[in-house]
Design a protein around this ligand. Structure first.
Ligand SMILES: Cc1cc2nc3c(=O)[nH]c(=O)nc-3n(C[C@H](O)[C@H](O)[C@H](O)COP(=O)(O)O)c2cc1C
Length: 138
């Protein structure tokens, strides 16, 4: 794989239950600053139980970030749903968008999908396609 080629990764993880709203804000600020520097973009979705994140950037940047994410104690059980080279970014202006998906009417459906995925350990190509569609619909 060409290290300069664009790569997109989507994963789901379990939130560390001790994480506070303040911790989440700190995480978001840190991610935003790092991502500006490394030209990483994407979207982080948060429910009461899980994170689901799409990250996109050069293969080099994304593989390095995904390695760090795997050891971050603010979440656990990081599971890769989809990894694919892409021609264009989906969120070119978001050096990490953050969306809280709680049980409010407008995000209840998204939260339900994320929480359903969050109970699974393995993902098929069909799952990857469906999650890709979820991010495109946001
Ligand atoms: C759910 C979640 C999402 C994260 N997203 C990003 C991100 O988009 N970019 C980033 O640089 N770090 C992100 N982090 C933090 C990384 O795991 C790691 O702490 C950070 O990249 C280390 O930065 P450093 O190399 O400057 O120490 C995230 C962490 C969590 C738990």
């Amino acid at each position: 794989m060409d290290p300069a080629e664009l790569l997109e990764i989507i994963y789901v993880s379990d939130i560390n239950p001790d994480l506070t709203v303040q911790d989440l804000n700190t995480l978001h600020q840190q991610a935003h600053l790092n991502n500006l520097k490394n030209d990483v973009t994407g979207l982080l979705l948060v429910t009461d139980k899980h994170f689901m994140q799409l990250i996109e950037g050069t293969t080099l940047a994304i593989q390095s970030l995904f390695k760090k994410l795997g050891t971050d104690e603010r979440h656990s059980n990081v599971r890769l749903i989809s990894e694919r080279p892409v021609a264009n970014r989906q969120f070119p202006d978001w050096h990490m968008g953050l969306r809280h998906c709680l049980d409010r009417a407008e995000t209840a459906d998204i939260a339900a999908v994320i929480n359903a995925y969050g109970t699974q350990q393995h993902f098929s190509a069909q799952h990857a396609t469906a999650v890709g569609m979820l991010f495109r619909a946001i």
